[in-house]
Unconditional design. Sequence first.
Length: 612
Amino acid sequence: MTSNKNILKFITCGSVDDGKSTLIGRILFESKLILDDQLEVLKNDSIKVGTQGDNLDLALLVDGLSSEREQGITIDVAYKYFNTKKRKFIVLDTPGHEQYTRNMVTGASNADLAVILIDASKGVLTQTKRHSYVCSMMGIKNIIVAINKIDQVEYKEKIFNSISDEFKTISAKLNFSQMSIVPVSALKGDNVSIKSKKTKWYKGKTLLDILEKSEIKRHKEQSTFRLPIQSVLRPNSKFRGFQGTVSSGSISKGDKILIQPGSNTAKVKEIFYSGKKINKALTDNAITITLNKEIDVSRGNIFTKDKEPCEISNQFQSKLIWLDENDGHTGRSYIFKINNQTAGAQISKIKSKIDISNLTDTSGNMLKLNDISTVNINLDKDIVFEEYTMNRSLGGFILVDRFTNKTVAAGLIQFSLRRAQNIFEQNLSINKNLRHKLNNHKSKVLWLTGLSGSGKSTIANELEKKLYERGIRTYVLDGDNIRHGLNKDLGFTDADRVENIRRVGEVAKLMVDAGLVVITAFISPFAAERAMVKEMFSEEEFKEVFVDVPINIAEKRDPKGLYKKARKGLIKNFTGIDSKYEEPTNPNYIFKTDKLSVKKIVNSLLSGEFNE
């Protein structure tokens, strides 16, 4: 077994040009961790970027990407490994730019300590507050505030004290347990590893000395054994091992374990670490385990001690950091990934957002880039989890866009919502198949989507009349009619449109279960919401019908005069004018209503869907 207790993983963060990379370069330089050939390259590169005299641009030691040098910015998390005589370090240098907050989140989720830099000539900025909040949120308890560029303010104690006092006021609202504030000049080396004679008023330790002596106190992580399974190893028919990294606790040969989800138990037969058999594995060890009997185990399962299971739920209150340029809305469907588990997810409620200027809660109904919020999240299945304060690996998650596969948010589970464990689906005697037999036809949804004026409602009405003549039980859900009742509380913002379609999808699902043929006539402008509704049904139960028409034709028709009002600015968020319409990419039907008659369209749907 092996332990990494003496390795300190720390993150450097702050606003743009606060000197993060220069500070790390200074530590490496003064710790004599630079080889002669590296030093020569550094001297040459320093000249190329315009550094004068014998000074070195120490930031170049960390900013290793060519694109970084070309643009003069850091665009990723730079990992640097180094040792001093007293300790081993892994430093994560993260970008200060607001658009790269995702990188800072990645770094903070893996760090034991944070070095937050503040430019002495600028003081505490909005990004300083954001990064400080994120560090606290991600569970970092120990921070060092490096008030950098103290040389640029002539080493004035008054300025240092003023910035220190302001940061202390901010930190009082956060969850830091240990904090040191140091005046430094990364460029000139003041108080980095050697006490500066120019700040005799500062009685504390150097930054490196604090790093070397800092105790690792990430958060109140539990000692209970947790092993998320990443892969199953089967090199031959005789060996079957389960691989993963121990996220907390320890496991020994012979221990009885529980495989979650489920109730199967087994005993640990062997433990392999770095190719060798060991008797005990500790937190952060990447191991392979074999069991004393054959059990169905796959990626996403969690190994726990027999009498110490993880929690299981599908609804949570969570902290969320929005990382996408596109707004986040309640009701929209995303992919939820936590460790090696995946589920479908929706943000069911935005409870509050953080006002970064004063770190207080404020209300909001949508999420914008870098927003930090408290939300409720619903999943489409149960997952095995731990609260983030107990286990980062099993409490931290990401949300992924279903279409672009981009990570749109990072979050942490605060707790399971009680109702998730108290609500059960009721098994009824009369089901959908029995209703199909009674009706003598199957139920389904014909989802008509298109611009206002495309002809959706007209087609829906004519199709229902023909189905009625055939004795088929139907119901039309029309956008205007629904907004007079069920959705009369919703407006036409993007957030309201998302919720409008979510509710309609749920109603349509109930009607299909009741045995009806449901015809919907909604603009439903966003592909994500149409996909969300589609996933509620089987392939045969949902048919997407794109009622296509050029916008100039739709405007000429304009039966309700809406386009004219939208063009004059009297109606906001009108689809096709100042709100986008995302055309279906692979609908079941496409009808161009400027070329086809309603009769031909209806006949096509009848022959395609009701010729059984």
